[in-house]
Design a protein around this ligand. Sequence first.
Ligand code: WT7
Length: 640
Amino acid sequence: MTNKITSLADYLQKYKESVADPEGFWANIAESHYWRKKWDQVLDWRFEGKDAPHVKWFINGKLNITENIFERNMFMRKDQVALIWEPNDPKEKEVRLTYGELFDKVKQFANGLLKIGVKKGDRVAIYLPMIPELPVAMLACARIGAIHSIVFAGFSASSLADRIIDASSNVVITTDGAYRGAKSIPLKSVVDEALKTCPTVKNTIVFKHTGEEINFDARHDIWWHDLIKGVSTENTAEEMDAEDILFILYTSGSTGKPKGVVHTIGGYMVFAEYTFKNVFQYDDGDIFWCTADIGWVTGHTYIVYGPLLTGATSVMFEGVPTWPDAGRFWDVVDKYKVSQFYTAPTAIRALVGHGDEWVTKHDLSSIKVLGTVGEPINEEAWRWYHDIVGKGTRPIVDTWWQTETGGIMITPLAGIIPTKPSYATLPLPGIQPILVDQEGNELKGNSVQGILCIKFPWPGMIRTTYGDHKRCYETYFSLYKGLYLTGDGAKRDEEGYYRISGRIDDVINVSGHRIGTAEVEDAINQHPRVNESAVVGYPHPIKGSGIYAYVICDELSDEERDGIEDQIRETVSKYIGPIAKPDLIQIVSGLPKTRSGKIMRRILRKIGEGDATNLGDTSTLLDPGIVEEIISGAKVEVKR
Ligand code: WT7
């Protein structure tokens, strides 16, 4: 395969070249793609100054990403399976779509979208469960130059509405309902609820999946099967500029509502394919399975774009790891003879608890590479994954990256870079990490710990936050001038290996999902009896971090007090979604605030960690007594 690193020496050489001449390095990789018209200039960039960040790759290059997935692969792979879909219920039959079949579905649905007036540049909201129609819908958007904005189907109506409004989407694509293990979720009714506040939406396309009854309004709603009835499978891709937007994906930060991370076509395409084949060392004939949901960036890049650009066979799974039982992942690995298996530490930790037999009773000899993503993996979970799932011999790629980076940034290359438990190890060629101290001074050399930034652009990086370019600068480029701020802390050890320690901002990583504390607080405060709240992360054995909410309420009767925690959880679920429900809720009479009214979260975090032995300087607190009250009533055991 072209552009594949083959050895450690090769990696070291490529890394050196990529730093000495980044433009030459990436241009060489981009040559293997199909461009209608090649670029005039590889890169133009500034992280500071006028309109910063200003990052343009492959300037004036013309292409369509779906021509790189389909037309480019068609000669070799028309009858090769592109997607294997494993349904929620193991008794139901799987679906296998060849490149040829997937291509026809994409072209036909693209024509369906054109028929209802969707145009290049329109934003299409996709709120679908993990079914084959999800990649079909996203690729159909890309085919006609529409921008997809996928919203994870576990988000609430109000979160969906926020995203539809922010992107002013005119079409929503959904299903009647979704399955999740033994549960089913009425997606269409969530959309109906969301659309009460979304005037820009003209049509909702509904794929019939569960067959449950829905509220169908023929003025706006269109069945997927009606939309494509009799529609041709002939379609010529729209010619796009390399810097046209491919997709928007919303993600949480320290402050405010989630922001729409914008990725553009050319750079993202080159980065997705390059990182996919190198990190996982994908070979022809391998079966790749990433267990993420396509509603997150991991699914965008490593279920859909990376594998399909490479011409791989990609597995997508509708269900959950523990239903019908804790052996489901390994059943599926055996069923399809999966070669590369990519999941999240939280799933590994959850499965450890069910015992080794679920794993060891399966063959699993097809597995060549194991991967993890989303949060730091603790050494114990890493060892279990390595020894029990990987039989002590399969390399683990601990891949560090973010929604904003578009693809993997720091990771071992499978079988090439020696691994070390809980270390993401080394940057990919083309990636230039830097550690800085609080003031932004570079920490040079090895054995240092600091804030992880990136000092040079890479093709897959965020271009802007949709509709608010200033916010992009403020969030990622304003703190340390000239650097992209990741929001993570990291250590570089004596051999130059990176170990990511986790977020340094007010973002909590719950089961690999990024949740902003401010968002959860806003949701809690919607409860009519709540006055104020403060939310922090605390160590959780399975989720990595759990959500700990300290809440001030109106005076409550005994009866009200009994129900309040559940009601607060329901409120959060309603405003954000079940993934953001607080694990621990403590009703308090006050919060530790400075005289200027700022909540000292550091203290709340310490208490959540169960350690009040060293709370630091509390002399600036308005009411130091409140700390004692919070410690005595804490929902975890606290060492004093
Ligand atoms: C945050 C990004 C893109 C992957 C899915 C999550 C954390 C991600 C690792 C890792 C330690 C990791 C970071 C990062 N993270 N991968 N291998 N080791 N931490 O994407 O929702 O944008 O979250 O996930 O804290 O900033 P995301």
